[in-house]
Design a protein around this ligand. Structure first.
Ligand code: FAD
Length: 292
C-alpha cells in the first residue's frame, strides 16, 4: 500500500507528488497524458521562467523532478476508484493501486456527451456511477454510454446488478485495451449513434440515428476519460453547484483522506494556482497518511 495515490500529472498532481516524495512517503501518480499543459504552446506567466516555455516542456520537467525524488508513475486512465482496507484504491486497465490517502487532480471538468435528452433524465434513469447506482437497476435493461476502458469497467460494475448490459459507443470506435479488451467481449456493443433519449418522466429508451429504438431502464455515462466528477461520485465526494470538487482551505474534501487540487476545484484556472493547491493538499495528505 502506498501512502498517497495522486490522480493526474498536471501541475497540481506533480507539485503534490514532489511534496509527498520529499516527506519520504510513497506516492503513486497515475496520469493519462500531459493534461491542459499539452495544449499550451507558450507559457510566460509562471514564476521563475527565464523565457517562455511550452506547456509540454514544463510538464516533462515537473514529472522528471518528481520521478527523481522517488515518486512512482503509472501511465494510463483511472477507470475506477473506491475504498480499500485502511484507505482507497484506484483502478487502471492493468493495475490496482492502494493508498492511505488519495488526491484528485484530474484537471478541468469535461463536457457532457452529445446526446439529446441526457440532462433531462439525470437521476431518472441516467447515472454517472455504476458502483453508486447499479443496485437500483437489479435485473433491468441497462446501457453504458462510452467507448474507452472506463466504459468497460462501468459495465463490469453494473453486471453485478444485472445481466442485461450493452455498451453504446455513440458512433465512436471502441478504444478498449489490455485485459479490459477481453472483458468487453462479455457485453453487447452498439456503435450506432444515439439520436435521443426518450421516456415519460423516466428514461424508457433510446432512439438511434438509424431510426431503430432500444428499451433502456438505465443508461450509465462513462464517455471518454473518467473526469473529476466521475471519480468524486465513486468516493462520495461532494461537488459544488457548478460541478467542481468542493474542498476546504486545506484542499480536503468531505471524505476524510480524499483531497482535490487544481482546475478540478474550479478556482482561477492557472498553473500557479494548481501548483499551489497541490502543495497545500500534499501537506494535508502527509499529515493524514502519517496519522493512519
Ligand atoms: C491552451 C491552454 C493554454 C494555457 N495557458 C496557460 C498559461 O499561459 N498560464 C497558466 O498559468 N495557465 C495556462 N493554462 C491553464 C493551465 O494549463 C491549467 O490551469 C493547469 O494545467 C491545471 O493543472 P491541473 O493539474 O489542475 O490539471 P491538468 O494540467 O489539466 O492535468 C490533469 C491531469 O489529469 C490527468 N487525468 C485526467 N483524468 C484522468 C483519469 N481518469 N485517469 C488518469 N489521469 C487523468 C490528465 O491526463 C493530466 O495528467 C492554459 C490552458 C490551456 C488549455
Amino acid at each position: 500500500m502506498h501512502h498517497a495515490i495522486i490522480i493526474g500529472k498536471g501541475p497540481a498532481g506533480i507539485q503534490a507528488a514532489i511534496y509527498v516524495a520529499r516527506a519520504r512517503l510513497s506516492a503513486a501518480v497515475v496520469g493519462l497524458d500531459g493534461g491542459s499543459l499539452r495544449e499550451a504552446a507558450r507559457i510566460d506567466n509562471y514564476y521563475g521562467l527565464a523565457g517562455p516555455v511550452s506547456g509540454a516542456e514544463l510538464q516533462r520537467a515537473g514529472e522528471a523532478q518528481a520521478r527523481a525524488l522517488g515518486a512512482a508513475f503509472v501511465d494510463g486512465q483511472v477507470v475506477g476508484a473506491g475504498f480499500a482496507d485502511g484507505g482507497f484504491y484506484a483502478l487502471t486497465p492493468g493495475e490496482r493501486l492502494e493508498a492511505r490517502t488519495l488526491l484528485i487532480a484530474t484537471g478541468a471538468k469535461r463536457a457532457k456527451p452529445p446526446v439529446n435528452g441526457i440532462g433531462a433524465y439525470e437521476g431518472k434513469g441516467v447515472s454517472y456511477c455504476a458502483v453508486c447506482d447499479g443496485f437500483f437497476f437489479r435485473g433491468k435493461k441497462t446501457g453504458v454510454l462510452g467507448y474507452t476502458d472506463y466504459a468497460v469497467q462501468e459495465a463490469i460494475e453494473l453486471s453485478a446488478a444485472t445481466a442485461d448490459v450493452t455498451i453504446y459507443t455513440n458512433g465512436a470506435e471502441p478504444e478498449f485495451s489490455g485485459s479490459l479488451k477481453k472483458e468487453a467481449g462479455a457485453f453487447a456493443c452498439v456503435r450506432e449513434p444515439i439520436a435521443e433519449l426518450f421516456g415519460d418522466g423516466r428514461l424508457e429508451g433510446a432512439r438511434l440515428r438509424d431510426g431503430s429504438e432500444v428499451r433502456l431502464d438505465g443508461l450509465f455515462v462513462a464517455y471518454g476519460v473518467a473526469g473529476s466528477a466521475d471519480i468524486a461520485k465513486k468516493l462520495g465526494v461532494a461537488l459544488t453547484p457548478e460541478g467542481d470538487i468542493a474542498t476546504d482551505r486545506g484542499q480536503a474534501t468531505n471524505v476524510p483522506g480524499v483531497f482535490a487540487a487544481g482546475d478540478c476545484t474550479g478556482v482561477f484556472r492557472q498553473i500557479a494556482v494548481a501548483a499551489g493547491q497541490g502543495a497545500v493538499a500534499a501537506k494535508g495528505m502527509i499529515a493524514y497518511a502519517r496519522e493512519k
